[in-house]
Design a binder for this molecule. Structure first.
Ligand SMILES: [Zn+2]
Length: 264
């Protein structure tokens, strides 16, 4: 059977080494998310769960998502590098159960396109009864896991520097600020007063689009929610490093703020 869509990329190439790693590491499991495509085919989104050191009962659950726009590879590469890093240095994830979704838009990734199979931006489709199968599969994940923190990695071809959106918990900007600072080792920050048509302060935007990947509206505890953006046209290697640095700092700060928050 011929497929009219030309797939330019192979998801297996990305997942095979990570799946192999999961087999050999007790803290890492691969739990790919199956869903039915619009053509009635069983497909899946890659998902890895890493359980860090510490008492599992008190672990914070954080979901890290990339490839929501299928042509933004540096976030995808960063998550796959992060999984390899966790394997070597599990202490990074002390106190956490990490849910890692490197490719959220399967069709977009395979065709190297921003869009879904139907030409939609899946990051405008959440929590509005979307028929997009990837959105529905991810909504089920967000419902089932009720994350304490949500991080989405993106890259923006209209920005020349790093920036991010904060949402959810009121202290979230104090998690993003040091993450931007750390990532600033690799790429400049965007200090414009307006980014993406939103008011921005030192690269932090507190508004945002409707329909982005976010916690379920019914979730009572508002998690930390961060959208981290690298400048898409910058050197790809530096973008990956920036994402990695941001993820490490976000995890460091999350823990501290949550434990301090409980003492306030
Ligand atoms: Zn994006």
């Amino acid at each position: 059977m011929t497929n009219p869509v030309s797939f330019t990329r192979d998801l297996e190439k990305l997942t095979a080494p990570l799946d192999a790693l999961a087999k050999s590491n007790d803290h890492l499991s691969c739990e790919h998310v199956s869903y039915l495509s619009k053509q009635g085919m069983m497909e899946s989104l890659p998902k890895y769960v890493f359980s860090g050191p510490g008492d599992r009962r008190s672990h914070l659950k954080v979901g890290i998502f990339a490839g929501i726009h299928g042509d933004e590879d540096t976030g995808v590469d960063a998550i796959s590098r992060f999984i390899v890093l966790l394997n070597r240095e599990p202490e990074i994830a002390r106190g956490y159960e990490l849910f890692l979704y490197p490719v959220c838009n399967r069709h977009g990734y395979l065709t190297d396109s921003r869009w879904s199979e139907d030409g939609l931006d899946i990051n405008r489709e959440f929590w509005k009864g979307s028929a997009e199968p990837e959105v529905r599969a991810l909504e089920r994940e967000l419902e089932a896991n009720r994350f304490d923190g949500i991080v989405a990695l993106h890259s923006d071809d209209t920005s020349e520097g790093l920036y991010g959106f904060v949402k959810g918990h009121e202290l979230t900007r104090y998690v993003l600020e040091p993450a931007l600072e750390a990532a600033g080792m690799f790429l400049p920050r965007n200090f414009d007063k307006s980014i993406d048509n939103f008011e921005a302060n030192d690269g932090i935007i507190e508004q945002g689009y409707e329909g982005i990947l976010t916690a379920p509206p019914t979730q009572k505890f508002r998690p930390f929610e961060i959208v981290f953006e690298t400048p898409h046209l910058a050197d790809a290697g530096r973008q990956v490093e920036a994402h990695l640095a941001a993820m490490a700092v976000i995890l460091e700060r999350f823990k501290v703020l949550i434990s301090e928050g409980q003492n306030i």
